[in-house]
Write a protein that binds this ligand. Structure first.
Ligand code: TRP
Length: 335
């Protein structure tokens, strides 16, 4: 039986952190066994809101690929590729743009939220490119006949919009495109070290997969704990302590129980508790860090993975564009 096709990816705007790890990366590593997987580094999409900072996007392409490889995305199982190396995706974007109204794009909840957050780059009027990125994302997905798109909740409106484009295309030009489904990564959403609901670079509350042990310790030492607990023998409330929250992710059940009860009884100080947590995080991430080092020391291997992946991906996208152009009566000189 043919494997179903899965496609997902990230904008290369920063290194990936443990939020990405628990939220989506672990899942991708599992799913690559079951699906024909395409993992895209969405550099063109990253430029839609970083067009004035191409250096940032370029630099982070490599970081994101290193993060993928370090967590175990296997280039022999999954195709890791660079969006800008697939010009067919840009072509599809142009064709699909006739099938979407401006009003519909402006109503897309994800786009709407992002525009509101990006006033400093867009000012009072958003660019055509940013407003239209859901169209280009539809091209990303359909170019590969992907039917499974693992994403977080925030991306659901984009998948919905892609499905609408597919239906519209097929109703006009014939049954060519596959309608994808979002696959909600049942991963956890990880709070920041400061207790913020979201972990993010701009918030400065993230532990990166590439952080060195000293950095991890320093960050954990600054994590937010029960503010009422000042002295070591004050009775603490682990339910409102980020250190306890992270113990639940990185420490054994027994350790968690011990840490919790000693905190409640005022028997364990926050510093000892944080040191223990930092060590567990350092140990959990050790194999990831080591794998990352291996690839960091072999940049030509990483280049090769990305080039081979992009070539493979392009072959697939070429098949789709051929079918699409034929259906749209743009196949002038083909027999
Ligand atoms: N929009 C996604 C993000 O911001 C990245 C992305 C681009 C993507 N194209 C995609 C995700 C296609 C899934 C499918 O993370």
């Amino acid at each position: 039986m043919e494997k179903k096709i899965l496609l997902t990816g990230d904008r290369p705007t920063g290194r990936l952190h443990i939020g990405h790890y628990f939220g989506s990366l672990i899942n991708r590593v599992k799913l690559q066994e079951e699906y024909e997987s395409y993992i895209l580094v969405a550099d063109v999409q990253a430029l839609t809101d970083n067009f004035n900072n191409p250096e940032k996007v370029r630099k982070n392409v490599r970081e994101v690929v290193l993060d993928y490889l370090s967590v175990g995305i296997d280039p022999n199982k999954a195709t890791i590729y660079l969006q800008s190396m697939i010009p067919e995706v840009a072509e599809l974007t142009v064709f699909y743009s006739n099938l979407v109204t401006i009003a519909r794009l402006q109503r897309n909840p994800t786009v709407k939220t992002e525009i509101a957050q990006k006033k400093e780059i867009f000012g009072e009027s958003v660019t055509y490119g940013f407003l239209g990125y859901p169209v280009s994302q539809a091209a990303d997905i359909t170019a590969f006949d992907a039917t499974i798109v693992p994403v977080g909740e925030d991306q659901l409106p984009l998948i919905e919009q892609c499905r609408e484009i597919v239906r519209k295309f097929n109703s006009i030009y014939g049954d060519i495109l596959k309608e994808p489904e979002a696959y909600l990564s049942n991963g956890k959403r990880i709070k920041g070290l400061d207790g913020n609901e979201k972990m993010g670079k701009s918030l400065g509350n993230a532990i990166y997969l590439s952080d060195e042990p000293e950095e991890i310790t320093k960050k954990v030492m600054g994590a937010v704990t029960d503010p009422k607990r000042i002295k070591k023998d004050d009775k603490g409330n682990p339910d409102i302590c980020m250190v306890n929250y992270y113990h639940n992710l990185f420490s054994s059940k027994e350790e968690c129980n011990e840490v919790c009860s000693e905190c409640r009884e005022g028997k364990r100080g926050c510093v000892a508790c944080k040191k223990q947590l930092a060590n567990n995080i350092i140990e959990t991430l050790r194999p990831i860090r080591e794998k990352r080092k291996y690839y960091e020391e072999r940049p030509e291997l990483v280049d090769k993975i990305l080039i081979d992946g992009s070539n493979r991906a392009r072959e697939k996208a070429k098949e789709t564009i051929k079918k699409v152009k034929k259906a749209m009566k743009l196949d002038y000189f083909e027999n």
